[in-house]
Design a protein around this ligand. Structure first.
Ligand SMILES: [Zn+2]
Ligand SMILES: [Zn+2]
Length: 270
């Protein structure tokens, strides 16, 4: 394997994003900003992270879990664009890593880029971002052929920086607490979940899958459904992750008015 290096993504997105994040935390306390800015961060985390990345990048582009009704195609496009502001790369890069490497090789060998069993916790948490990856983009032809995903992929860096500067021009606090902080929270929350959700002590299993994925009820609720990782690995292309009555996934109620078709997960008693 080649020596790790700082990729273009690390230099242009990840490092500035983290430096600005530290600045945002410092300024929040130093300038004694209103706690309302945390409410802005939470709402933005829902829009950019939960809808943008978890729903569009993950469920829609990586797993093709549902299709929007024709009149709501614009909703999917808007949320995909918002997902780009999260600082996790383009939908094409995300879908390539997730669909082609994490799911088929989960916990089996080093082709799974973030398995805590193969690579250790820290690598699976964040170190894998620094490892050069060879993506077989042609294998996700359906995503490459999606004009909106292709446009975001082509202009990814411009989109991220233009959005940041535009928000900063309106109000610098909007850029920091409406884009940088929610993006960072989602990046690290997803990385933690990706790692811990493959550790047996972290939760329970509904399905005897061929990797170590588990569900964690608390993280499931906090992440709006993503934390039911064992349910997700068992049947990845479902439009929500709720299998038992106590596994709260708000998308079970949010998505039906918007989608024309999608696969339901199997339901379990108790
Ligand atoms: Zn997984
Ligand atoms: Zn997945």
């Amino acid at each position: 394997m080649k020596k790790p290096y700082l990729s273009k993504f690390t230099r242009y997105i990840a490092i500035p994003q983290h430096l600005l994040g530290v600045l945002a935390i410092f300024l929040f306390f130093y300038m004694q900003l209103s706690w309302w800015w945390l409410a802005v961060s939470y709402v933005s985390w829902v829009m950019l992270g939960v809808f943008g990345v978890s729903t569009m990048y993950h469920k829609y582009y990586s797993h093709r879990a549902f299709e929007f009704k024709p009149q709501y195609q614009w909703v999917g496009k808007l949320f995909t664009l918002l997902g780009a502001l999260c600082g996790q790369g383009s939908p094409i890069g995300y879908a390539a890593v997730h669909r082609l490497y994490h799911h088929p090789y989960a916990d089996k060998d080093e082709r799974d880029p973030h398995s805590p069993h193969v690579h250790g916790f820290w690598h699976s948490y964040y170190g894998w971002h620094f490892t050069p990856a060879v993506f077989h983009l042609r294998k996700i032809k359906d995503v490459l052929d999606d004009p909106w995903a292709a446009w975001i992929h082509k202009h990814y860096y411009r989109i991220w920086w233009c959005a940041l500067l535009l928000l900063a021009a309106i109000d610098w606090r909007l850029a920091l607490y409406g884009m940088i902080i929610p993006g960072l929270i989602h990046v690290h929350e997803m990385n933690i979940l990706n790692s811990l959700s493959h550790m047996p002590w972290f939760g329970y299993r509904n399905f005897d899958t061929d990797e170590h994925s588990v569900n964690n009820w608390l993280f499931g609720v906090l992440s709006w459904g993503t934390g039911y990782h064992n349910n997700h690995h068992a049947v990845p292309n479902t439009w929500h992750n709720q299998v038992r009555w106590f596994e709260f996934d708000p998308f079970r109620w949010i998505m039906p008015p918007l989608i024309a078709s999608g696969r339901e997960p199997p339901q379990m008693q108790g």
